[in-house]
Write a protein that binds this ligand. Structure first.
Ligand code: OOG
Length: 262
C-alpha cells in the first residue's frame, strides 16, 4: 500500500511538470508498489489539482492505447483512460502554439458526444451507440510529462494518460451515418500521408473501447455523463509536432479536420 502523502506528492510533481513545462522520471522505478488502481487514484488527485488551479472543469474522457499501432509504439499492452478538461479544447480555426508543451505529439481520433449517462458494469457496444448524440472527427495532442515519452502502464495512467489538448471537428454525424468498423482514416502531415487506418483498429469498434471504459469507471464510482466528449483512442501511431507543421485527418464520409502549428 502506498501512503496518501506519496500519492499526493506524485500528483503534485506531475502537475508542476506540466505547468512549468519540464520532464520528470518515471515513478514506477522508485515505487515498485505503484499499481494500476493506485495510479488512477493519483490521476484523480491530479485532475482535482488542475480543476482548482486552472479554474476549469471536466468536459469528458479519453481512451489511450486502444489500437495495436499505439500499443506497439509505446510498449504498453493494455488500454488506459484519462480525463479531458474544458481548457484542453483547442479551436481548429486558430494556429496551435507549442509554447506551453513539453514534447507534443498528435494523433487521429473519433470523438463521441453523449446525450445520456452511461453507467457500467454491463455496458455493451449497443448501449454506447444508443447513448451517443453524435460522432465527429477529432485529433488529440498528447504530451507525456515523462522523460523521452517513456513510461510503464501505471506511470502513464497517473499522468492522465498523456492528455494535453484536443480538437473536435464542427460537423456532427449520427452513429448510423458512418461505418464505425470499416471507415478508412488518412492522417497527413504537411500534405504527406503518414499513416492510414480504419475505425475498427480501435478494439474492433471504437464503441467497444468506450464500453470497456464505462465498465471500468463504475468500480471507481464514476461514469460517462450526458454532455461528455469521449475520444475513443488513436487509430494510428502519433506524429511529433514541430513549428510550422500542418496535420489533417480524413475519415471516409466525414468532413476532414486540419490544424496548423504556429
Ligand atoms: C499514451 C496515451 C495514448 C491514445 O489515444 O492511444 C493515447 C501515450 O501514448 O502517451 O492517447
Amino acid at each position: 500500500m502506498m501512503k496518501t502523502d506519496t500519492l499526493d506528492q506524485i500528483a503534485y510533481a506531475l502537475f508542476l511538470a506540466e505547468r512549468d513545462v519540464y520532464e520528470v522520471t518515471k515513478f514506477a522505478e522508485r515505487y515498485p508498489e505503484l499499481t494500476v488502481e493506485t495510479a488512477y487514484d493519483i490521476q484523480d488527485k491530479l485532475i482535482e489539482l488542475k480543476c482548482k488551479h486552472e479554474q476549469t472543469s471536466i468536459s469528458g474522457l479519453k481512451l489511450g492505447l486502444t489500437s495495436k499501432a499505439k500499443q506497439q509504439m509505446m510498449g504498453v499492452h493494455e488500454p488506459t483512460y484519462g480525463v479531458l478538461l474544458a481548457n484542453m479544447a483547442v479551436n481548429a480555426q486558430h494556429p496551435i502554439t507549442l509554447k506551453s508543451l513539453i514534447h507534443p505529439k498528435i494523433e487521429p481520433e473519433i470523438a463521441f458526444v453523449f446525450k445520456q449517462d452511461l453507467v457500467g458494469p454491463v455496458v455493451t457496444v449497443a448501449h454506447v451507440l444508443t447513448a451517443t448524440a453524435y460522432v465527429a472527427p477529432a485529433m488529440e495532442i498528447i504530451d507525456s510529462r515523462y522523460l523521452n515519452f517513456h513510461f510503464t502502464l501505471p506511470d502513464v495512467i497517473a499522468d492522465n494518460s498523456s492528455s494535453s489538448r484536443y480538437i473536435v471537428g464542427s460537423q456532427k454525424y449520427a452513429v448510423n451515418e458512418v461505418d464505425l468498423v470499416n471507415m478508412g482514416c488518412i492522417f497527413t502531415q504537411n500534405d504527406e500521408m503518414i499513416a492510414t487506418s480504419t475505425a475498427g483498429s480501435v478494439m474492433g469498434h471504437p464503441a467497444r473501447a468506450i464500453a470497456w471504459m464505462a465498465n471500468k469507471l463504475i468500480a471507481r464510482g464514476q461514469h460517462i455523463r450526458a454532455g461528455d466528449i469521449v475520444l475513443s483512442g488513436a487509430l494510428t501511431g502519433s506524429a511529433t509536432m514541430h513549428a510550422g507543421d500542418s496535420f489533417t485527418v480524413s475519415f471516409d464520409g466525414m468532413e476532414s479536420l486540419s490544424v496548423q502549428v504556429e
